[in-house]
Structure formats: C-alpha cells, structure tokens
Write a protein that binds this ligand. Structure first.
Ligand code: PAF
Length: 286
C-alpha cells in the first residue's frame, strides 16, 4: 500500500492509474478505523481496480468548541488495517497541504444542509462538501463510497454531485453495528461505561418504532413520541432531533411509507451520536 501525503503526488498517482486504464474507488474518512470503515474499503475493492482511502481530519467541518482537537487518531493502526483489506493507496495530507495560506473557496449545498444535523451544526456540511470536492478533484475516482450512518451527508453529497455534473458514482453502504445494535462510530470511543450503556437508546428506540409500525401504526407524530419516550427513559440522554423523513429530500413525513427513515441525533454526556433506519422493512438503508 502506498502512503501519499502531498496533493501533487495524489494527482500524479491518479493520472498514472487512468493512463493504465485502472478504475479507482475512493473511501473518504477521518481515520480511527473500525469495522464500518473496513466494510466500505472491502466494498471499494470489489467495485474498482484500485482503492484510495483518504485519512484527513478535516478542520473546516468542525465549529469552534467541537471535538477537532480531541478527535481520535491512530495512524499506524489505521495504515495496518487499510493494508489488510486491500487498499492500494492511503492519502493522508497535512491540513496545510489541503488548506494552504490564502485558501478562500467554499462549496455549499443549499436547503437540505439546514435541516437535521445542519440545525445544530450550521457550517458543518459546507466543510464536508468543500473537502469532498477537493478529494474528488485530487483522486478523480470512478466511485466514492460513504456510510449510511451519516445519511444526511450522503444525501448532500449526492445532491452536490448531481448539481455539479461530477463524473463520479456515489455509493451508500449499510450501517455496521456492534453486537448489541450500537452503530459503529469513531466517536463511540468517547463514551465511558455508563454512557456506552445509555447510548443503546438510539438502537432500542429504532427497534421499538419498528415494532409499532409492524403492528400497523403509520402516523409519524405517534412514532416520534414513542421514540422520544424510549430515549428519555434511558437516563441522561439529550435529544437533538427525532424526525421521520423522506430518504432523498429529507422532508418531514406525516405518514409512514416505504421511502421514509427515522433519523436520530442524541447527546450522551458530551458525545453527540447519530443513527437512522427504515421503519417499514426493519432494516438499515442498504
Ligand atoms: O464522514 C466523514 O468521515 C467525513 O465527513 C468525510 C466524508 C471524510 C469528510 O471529511
């Protein structure tokens, strides 16, 4: 596996791959790999000849006071894990390489970035779309694979790619869960034992909602209330949002039909966790 640190080297690597008629799949990450990341990399290795994983904790998607400084990092372990699942190149630039002095450009998607996570993190998605745009330009992938746990991020990236005619196929990949249902996330490492127990409220409330839907309930307000109660009964969990929304437009729904998902963001202590899933089929959004 090659380790690439400079943008110039990344551009050259990508040009060489195209000259050799090799297809490229990109998995953008912020590192601290868990099984969720590895499943994206394995999928990438199935769809393309070469897999680039970007490992970059992107400062522009964190607001002041968020966890940029404490975001978990473990480069050596990450590199070994990426190599173990067949990654061809690990692109890990320094922040100055990605944002040199004088950097002034932002790529922003309107409307859908203002809902859900965008309400409490108003600048987050413009940081994400800007860095993903830069990664697409540097790597020029045929495919890019994103986890469905960040389903709003996936919807925003799909919108950007469609609106700007970007020649890359975006693939969503199903949420990977711990045995007890907690969605895997690098931020789970912030949780102490008690918080880890409380964090199960996201998965349990999703399951409870599904049971009510299975029993015939189709009113979103009723289901949201049930989810609210499950989370509040779990101890010190602070609800950021509970919404049943259309999978693509992210518009709130009044009735449950096949295209809606339940989306959750909950703070457990200082850790903000998100989760989501389909209600009608009782599966994640794969
Ligand atoms: O999902 C993430 O880890 C990040 O938002 C991404 C897509 C790598 C952009 O920094």
């Amino acid at each position: 596996m090659e380790i690439i640190k400079s943008t110039a080297e990344m551009i050259q690597w990508s040009a060489n791959s195209r000259a050799e008629a090799k297809t490229i799949a990109l998995v953008p990450t912020m590192g601290f790999f868990h099984e969720g990341h590895l499943s994206l990399m394995r999928r990438a290795a199935k769809v393309a000849d070469r897999v680039v994983v970007s490992l970059f904790v992107n400062p522009t998607q964190f607001a002041p006071g968020e966890d940029l400084g404490s975001y978990p990092r473990s480069f050596e372990l990450d590199a070994a894990r990426a190599q173990g699942v067949g990654v061809t190149a690990l692109f890990c630039p320094d922040p100055d390489e990605m944002y040199p002095p004088g950097f002034r450009t932002t790529v922003a998607v309107a409307e859908i970035t203002k809902k859900l996570c965008g309400k409490s993190r108003p600048h987050h998605f413009s940081g994400v779309t800007t860095v993903v745009n830069k990664l697409f330009n540097l790597v020029q992938p045929n495919f890019a694979i994103f986890g469905e746990k960040d389903f709003q991020q996936l919807a925003v990236i799909r919108r950007m790619v469609a609106d700007l005619h970007m020649p890359v196929e975006i693939m969503g990949h199903a949420i990977v869960r711990e045995k007890d249902g907690l969605a895997m996330s690098s931020r789970n490492s912030y949780l102490n034992e008690e918080e880890r127990r409380q964090a199960l409220c996201l998965w349990r409330s999703l399951q409870e909602a599904r049971q009510h839907v299975l029993a015939g309930e189709r009113g979103c307000a009723k289901i949201e209330k049930i989810v609210h109660d499950v989370i509040n009964n779990h101890g010190h969990c602070h609800i950021d949002y509970i919404e049943i929304i259309d999978k693509d437009t992210l518009e709130s729904s009044a009735r449950i039909d096949s295209d809606v998902i339940l989306a959750l963001a909950v703070r457990i202590g200082k850790t903000r966790l998100i989760d989501n899933g389909r209600l009608l089929h009782g599966e994640d959004n794969a």
